[in-house]
Ligand binder design. Structure first.
Ligand code: LLP
Length: 453
């Protein structure tokens, strides 16, 4: 276990992770071996206390900012229970699809607490957001704004919007999760911004222009790019005020704070990140004689990432003597965690049923998934005392695992349980082969060939 002095997004394990008297991993005061026996493997476990501590860290960091409204970026992990949990914590929520929007609404979020994002929202998504009066739409292009104006006219409503802009900030992270750089597919290029502001103000009856939004990327480790980013935003607020005599009341700085996937990762704490951001907003806006905007942040990974642990069972172990390679095959892999194959992401794994192993039996294992891809490797070269039948726990799988999971090789997604104070309940049921087959349809010209009789 990592040091307890590290805060929630800085330690690899959930805050309740412990080694119990049986030498097993326990999370939320429940033995993980019992969880695997009861709910099967692979199993996603979410520790509620970790989510709560993460949310409180953000609230604590923002406590000296008078007008802060933190949101949770649902794309990191969303289901009804997660939506209900973040709602209970007083957060708003960001959604990026009809599915996420309906999940937030069904969990009881007031429309005003929901932000709809996306670089290519569908007509159905925009219509739904306009009809659920109050949902804030984060506009990504001029043509989207034109569509919203038309929809608002039809519905006779006034739609609160933010403009997502491309701030031209380069984050030091994986190429695929940068979003603030000049060539980003997300956001409005700065040279078009005036045109959108003019159009929004000219359609004041349909559009309530709240402010600007940007998200500079994900898995950020330090503050420097964020500080530069706040200054870019403050300059834009000042120039819009000058040019249009209009004060934008709100500001949304996105999410992106990183977490520890291995003990080598040393992200800033959630509290320090949200505090430093809000302090910079105060000073940057004061320096330009601008009133303080209502400030939104929208962390995803740092709220749910380290709350999640995946439990797998080891199957048919392979030791390639001549190649000096030891494979520990697990019963899941890239379909439940596509991050290693997609981003070469690193993870930390332990043997959950033998947390302290026998040193003489330890060797370097490569933990591989069960899917038909050579790149389906969850952890490279980890030293473990492991054997067939053992349970492997992979830490920090709460973010972008379930939400990016697939049915590759026609396998069902794992179940997900929420654990808290010795209780565990399913929040996502395991997908079965029957669930998958239920979606199949047989064209009339093939059906006679395979139907019995
Ligand atoms: N706000 C916006 C507009 C975003 O696009 C994102 C993430 C967030 C907030 C939340 O960012 P976070 O705090 O989670 O870093 N699949 C990738 C991450 C993609 C992030 C997409 N946008 C991964 O697994 O690393």
């Amino acid at each position: 276990m990592q040091s307890k002095s590290l805060t929630v997004n800085q330690r690899v394990e959930p805050v309740t992770a412990e080694v119990n008297e049986k030498n097993h991993l326990s999370i939320g005061a429940i033995d993980v071996v019992d969880l695997a026996a009861k709910f099967g493997t692979p199993l996603w476990i979410i520790c509620e206390e970790t989510v709560r501590q993460a949310a409180h860290a953000v609230l604590d960091g923002l406590k000296d900012y008078p007008l802060a409204t933190p949101s949770y970026a649902g794309k990191a992990f969303l289901c009804l229970a997660m939506a209900a949990l973040v709602k209970d914590l007083g957060f708003g929520i960001d959604v990026v699809s009809e599915g996420e929007l309906l999940t937030a609404l069904q969990a009881g979020f007031a429309p005003e607490k929901i932000f709809l994002h996306g670089n290519n929202k569908s007509a159905v998504e925009l219509k739904l957001a306009v009809e659920k009066s109050g949902v804030k739409i984060v506009v990504d292009s001029l043509s989207e704004l034109e569509d919203i104006i038309a929809l608002a006219k039809e519905a006779g409503s006034r739609v609160p919007v933010m403009f997502r802009i491309i701030p031209g900030i380069e984050l030091d992270t994986h190429e695929h999760i940068k979003t603030g750089h000049d060539t980003s597919k997300f956001g409005i290029p700065l040279e078009e911004l005036s045109q959108l502001v003019r159009l929004a103000l000219a359609n004041n009856e349909q559009i309530e222009l709240l402010g600007l939004h940007a998200h500079i990327g994900s898995q950020a480790m330090d503050m420097a790019p964020y500080l530069q980013f706040v200054d870019v935003m403050a300059d834009l607020y000042a120039s819009i005020q000058q040019k249009f005599d209009y004060i934008l009341p709100d500001l949304d700085l996105g999410g992106g704070l990183g977490i520890a996937y291995t003990s080598e990762d040393q992200p800033l704490s959630l509290r320090d990140w949200s505090r430093a951001l809000s302090e910079r907003v105060k000073s940057a806006f004061a320096a330009r004689s601008l009133p303080l905007p209502v400030l939104s942040l929208e962390p995803g990974r740092s709220i749910i990432g380290t709350a999640g642990v995946t439990i797998y069972q080891v199957g048919h172990v392979k030791e390639l003597q001549s190649a000096a390679k030891n494979y520990l095959p697990i019963d899941g892999g890239m379909a439940d965690n596509p991050r290693p194959i997609t981003y070469q992401a690193k993870y930390t794994a332990v043997v959950a049923n033998r947390m302290v192993g026998e040193p003489s039996r330890e060797k370097a294992w490569t933990i591989v998934g069960r899917y038909c891809e050579s790149g389906d490797i969850i952890v490279e070269e980890v030293v473990l005392d492991a054997k067939r039948g053992d349970l492997i726990a992979v830490y920090a799988t709460g973010a972008y695992n379930y939400s990016m999971s697939s049915n590759y090789n026609r396998t069902g997604r794992p179940a997900c349980v929420l654990v808290k104070d010795g209780q565990a309940e399913v929040i996502l049921a395991r997908e079965t082969c029957t669930d998958l087959l239920k979606q199949d349809r047989m064209p009339s010209w093939l059906a006679p060939v395979i139907l019995p009789g």
